[in-house]
Design a binder for this molecule. Structure first.
Ligand code: AMP
Length: 113
């Protein structure tokens, strides 16, 4: 499959991995918007939030839980951080594999676009 995140998960493209388990992988964004900018990605190829089935709701909860754990691990939990899912064209989704952005390490002032 021609999906850059599937290739990262398969180890075919290098990435700076900070966390893995049997369901998700997390790595540093190649073009960081903040001192801490991680992507948390399910191993399973799900195109976007629109494509999450009811049976995958637990997986999405797990991704958000991992974001919380990584915020602590990265030392940004106390000051705060932002967790973002872009969905579709108007949502600014560039990579067609569901992912959660974890951003922090600076004050994220200007809202939600
Ligand atoms: P989105 O706009 O929500 O689809 O976000 C996609 C993110 O993936 C962007 O922030 C990109 O910088 C990031 N990205 C694209 N290719 C790579 C890569 N090879 N390694 C790490 N991050 C990537």
């Amino acid at each position: 499959m021609d999906c850059i995140f599937c290739k990262i998960i398969a180890g075919q493209i290098p990435s700076d991995v900070v966390y893995k388990d049997d369901k998700v992988i997390a790595f540093r964004d190649i073009s960081p918007m903040a001192p801490v900018h991680l992507l948390i990605v399910p191993r399973q190829h799900i195109v976007s939030l629109n494509d999450v089935a009811e049976a995958q709701v637990t997986l999405v909860g797990h991704i958000v839980h991992v974001a919380k754990l990584l915020a602590k691990q990265q030392g940004i939990a106390e000051k705060g951080y932002r967790v973002v899912i872009n969905c579709g064209r108007d949502g600014g989704q560039a990579v067609q594999h569901l992912h959660v952005h974890l951003l922090g390490g600076r004050e994220l002032v200007n809202g939600l676009g």
